[in-house]
Design a protein around this ligand. Structure first.
Ligand code: THU
Length: 149
């Protein structure tokens, strides 16, 4: 197991958020996926002029981990987001993964380590809370229900 702290994961997520493509919502989100060997894979939200096609930061980070053949190695994710201002990200509410992202996180969890730590930080940097995916998405439908695992 790695010694990457939740704070370090959020730092990586915040750096990623600086590359968010979010001209429509003006709300930038960064996600940093921690792998079992201590390496980190990041993603940002990636919006589209056809609004409904937009991708969340967590989904982009997980798809990138998968593209590296590492979906089963995910142990945690850090998420931070907030309104884009000249001074950085604003807002005192920690960003918790949306419902769709929780389901996508569950794919990594069930195929891999079983459960994930979800570190959620506010844009203003004052709040960091940690959840387990199994608490955020109880009784999840997943690969095991299809006999995959
Ligand atoms: N967003 C994320 O990237 N992750 C979340 O967990 C919540 C929302 C993005 C989607 C959209 O680009 C913007 O934040 C505002 O909803």
């Amino acid at each position: 197991m790695s010694d990457v702290t939740p704070e370090a994961l959020i730092d990586a997520a915040r750096l990623a958020a600086s590359h968010a493509h979010a001209p429509y919502s003006r709300f930038a989100v960064g996600a940093a996926v921690l792998l079992a060997d201590g390496s980190v894979v990041t993603g940002t939200n990636f919006e589209n002029a056809s609004y409904g096609l937009s991708l969340c930061a967590e989904t982009v980070a997980l798809a990138t981990a998968n593209a590296q053949g590492r979906l089963r190695d995910v142990v945690a994710i850090g998420v931070v987001g907030g309104a884009i201002t000249d001074a950085g990200l604003a807002g005192d509410a920690p960003v918790r993964p949306c419902g769709r992202c929780r389901q996508i996180l569950n794919e990594a969890a069930q195929l891999g380590t079983g459960d994930l730590a979800i570190h959620c930080a506010s844009g203003d940097g004052n709040t960091l809370e940690t959840h387990r995916l199994s608490d955020l998405l109880p009784h999840a439908f997943g690969p095991a229900d299809l006999g995959i695992g």
